[in-house]
Design a protein around this ligand. Structure first.
Ligand SMILES: CC(C)(COP(=O)(O)OP(=O)(O)OC[C@H]1O[C@@H](n2cnc3c(N)ncnc32)[C@H](O)[C@@H]1OP(=O)(O)O)[C@@H](O)C(=O)NCCC(=O)NCCS
Length: 199
């Protein structure tokens, strides 16, 4: 399902054409223009729109559970970014669709953070997750984060492909059917390419 944010300032074609500071206008490999920007603290509406765009399989892959609805507390937590220990970047299309979100959350007072990404069903396969992960990794490096960790379903073959582009990666089996990936952000590999559709 396509999701839209009514009345959102970032939700117009004009806003995709004219990027503001902190926003990045990118062209995906199918030629679509998209705006990638940091999540605004407290922007629960964007979280709600994003989650509504994820189908059951994507929700399971992202949350590692059969969650069908985000409760108010979880939505508020996901919107509570501080741009240092907790950051999220949002992709918004010209018609206002929230197409994907990548985030990291620093692991207690460390130089490591857990990373996650999810692209809404109708916007998959265009290189968007790759771009969102590049952007969140760049922001993480700036915040002093040196390692990303990520939990993913063992059946999710896309995730190792995506994460290994950020830096050297190791994987460890965790609970049944769950893999933990660790990615070193020390090298700048994956940080420089920000063009859509060029991989
Ligand atoms: C996995 C996911 C993030 C990929 O998003 P996307 O925007 O389609 O990814 P991209 O277009 O950037 O593709 C990245 C790579 O993954 C591969 N890929 C994407 N979806 C795939 C799939 N379903 N099966 C196999 N490979 C896949 C692509 O082929 C591409 O590799 P390539 O460039 O070598 O061809 C998206 O399908 C999603 O949100 N899934 C549900 C949530 C999830 O799994 N999150 C990860 C938890 S950390």
């Amino acid at each position: 399902m396509i999701t839209q944010i009514p009345n959102a300032a970032a939700a117009t074609a004009d806003s995709v054409d004219a990027a503001r500071p902190g926003e990045d206008r990118v062209v995906l490999r199918d030629g679509s223009a998209i705006m990638i920007r940091p999540l605004i603290t407290g922007d629960v509406a964007t979280i709600t729109a994003w989650f509504q765009g994820l189908g059951p399989r994507a929700r399971r892959a992202r949350f590692l559970s059969g969650v069908t609805k985000l409760d108010d507390r979880t939505r508020a937590q996901l919107a509570q970014v501080d741009h240092r220990d907790h950051e999220a970047v949002v992709a918004v299309t010209a018609d206002g669709t929230v197409a994907g979100i990548a985030r990291y959350i620093r692991l207690q007072h460390s130089a490591a953070a857990e990373v996650a990404v999810a692209v809404v069903d109708n916007w998959g396969g265009r290189g968007l997750a790759s771009l969102l992960l590049q952007q969140i990794a760049t922001r993480a490096r700036t915040a002093g984060i040196r390692t990303f960790t990520a939990l993913h379903l063992a059946s999710n073959v896309a995730v190792p492909r995506l994460l290994s582009r950020l830096g050297p990666m190791t994987t460890t089996p965790r609970d049944t059917g769950i893999i933990e990936a660790r990615i070193s952000l020390e090298s700048t590999r994956g940080a420089s390419s920000s063009q859509g559709g060029t991989r």
